[in-house]
Design a protein around this ligand. Structure first.
Ligand code: CTP
Length: 401
């Protein structure tokens, strides 16, 4: 349908990028990218009238996103023809624009495409030997300055490497190391870096990518020299295991990436912590929660690591000020089984215990309303947590006594 409409309206449309790469690999990818010559927005506006759906346009970028009724998304981008130092002038006039567009991209495996226009539908585009690299499992840049121009590609390379079990080609690795050593990662805005790190860490192979990033010195460049590298790696491994455990047990987690980030930041200097907290455009509740975690986690860990006995109500009063995400991160950082046992006792059992009597029950007992009400409820909760009260009847009896 898209090809028919493009043909009819005089546009050239191509399916390109990750969608084509994953199609050839037999991997599911529901995010379809379409490049349009000459104007993606005006084409998408015509198309939406034809096939329906909800269209959002971004005139500054020449792009548009169409969300179809079944929830799937199609991204449209106008083919960009920027100046790049091509090894030779392009002889063929016809496909110059799309070829230039594809040349700007990160890796050869992402430059594959096919034509959508109805008469030539399915004609395969492979200007840079991407299909061969895909078959050989190789990640290769298209030009020397690729990582300098866009250092986030350094993280993309190791993300794809782990995701598909591919290898970064030797020369590409050399360009990458060069960019790393020349401090290119430090040029990237914190918010962009955080977005890229998130994409990497939440993949199934995120931990393998993180290890690779540590080995290549990438993490040190992004987060400043990490002194206790072994400790950080262990913390990341445990975070990963605990996240899987929470999923299994149905313990709600807000944002897995921010658990990893808490773990990393715990190993960083004050300056780096502040840089990330300020630069990440976090929502206020996440920001506050992270700040609270970073100021309080050491104090609480000292207590939790101490083998002395804590009653359930004492544990609750220590842990209830932390979000689940923070508790998982501090368990990971501690590396201690005792801390894990205590935190999971809280998450799985103690945090679910609540008081059943309400203000109206206290009124019925003839008590006068006031601050005393919350004090009573607090005390009932303490007794209940410590196993001295089991149900509402016993709560009432306890208040009476
Ligand atoms: N791209 C790039 N440089 C970047 C980011 C993206 O050249 N820093 C290009 C890639 O060629 C990619 C396309 O833009 O194919 C679309 O980007 P994105 O949707 O992030 O990439 P996918 O390859 O689809 O990755 P994923 O499978 O993770 O969605």
């Amino acid at each position: 349908l898209i090809g028919q409409k493009a043909q009819k309206e005089g546009y050239k449309a191509y399916a390109i990028g990750g969608f084509v790469r994953d199609l050839l690999l037999g991997v599911e990818n529901l995010d379809i990218d379409i490049v349009v010559e000459e104007n993606a927005i005006s084409f998408a506006e015509k198309l939406v009238k034809y096939i329906g759906g909800n269209l959002k346009t971004y005139p500054n970028f020449g792009t548009a996103t169409l969300t179809l009724k079944d929830g799937s998304k199609i991204d449209f981008a106008t083919a960009r023809m920027e100046f790049y130092p091509f090894p030779a002038a392009l002889p063929e006039v016809e496909e110059t624009t799309i070829k230039h567009d594809l040349y700007r991209r990160d890796f050869t495996i992402n430059t594959l495409g096919f034509k959508l226009n109805s008469p030539v539908f399915g004609d395969f585009l492979d200007f840079f030997n991407g299909k061969k690299d895909l078959e050989d499992g190789i990640i290769r840049v298209l030009y020397n300055l690729s990582f300098v121009e866009d250092p986030t590609r350094i993280l993309r390379a190791i993300r794809f490497e782990a995701r598909y079990g591919f290898k970064i080609e030797e020369q590409t690795l050399a360009f990458m190391e060069n960019a790393i050593n020349n401090n290119m990662l430090e040029q990237v805005k914190v918010s962009r870096m955080a977005d890229e790190l998130k994409l990497m860490l939440v993949e199934k192979t995120g931990l393998a990518s993180f290890k690779r990033a540590m080995d290549l010195g990438i993490i040190d460049k992004i987060f400043g020299e990490i002194e206790d590298k072994k400790g950080l790696l262990k913390g990341m491994e445990i975070s990963n295991n605990l996240l899987a455990m929470c999923k299994d047990k149905g313990i709600p987690i807000d944002e897995p990436f921010l658990i990893y980030l808490r773990t990393i930041l715990a190993y960083c200097s004050e300056g780096v912590r502040n840089k990330f907290l300020k630069g990440m455009n976090l929502e206020k509740n996440n920001y506050d929660d992270l700040v609270y975690f970073l100021t309080e986690y050491q104090g609480i860990l000292e207590k939790l690591i101490d083998p002395k006995f804590y009653s359930p109500s004492q544990l609750v009063s220590m842990l209830e000020r932390f979000s689940n995400d923070s508790l998982i991160a501090l368990t990971a950082i501690s590396g201690s089984n005792l801390v894990k046992k205590r935190v999971f006792l809280y998450l799985e059992e103690l945090s679910k215990i609540s008081v059943e009597i309400k203000g109206e029950d206290l009124l019925e007992l003839g008590l006068k309303p006031g601050p005393i009400f919350s004090e009573i409820i607090q005390n009932v909760k303490k007794e209940k947590l410590d196993g001295n009260i089991a149900n509402k009847e016993e709560e009432i009896l306890w208040v009476k006594s």
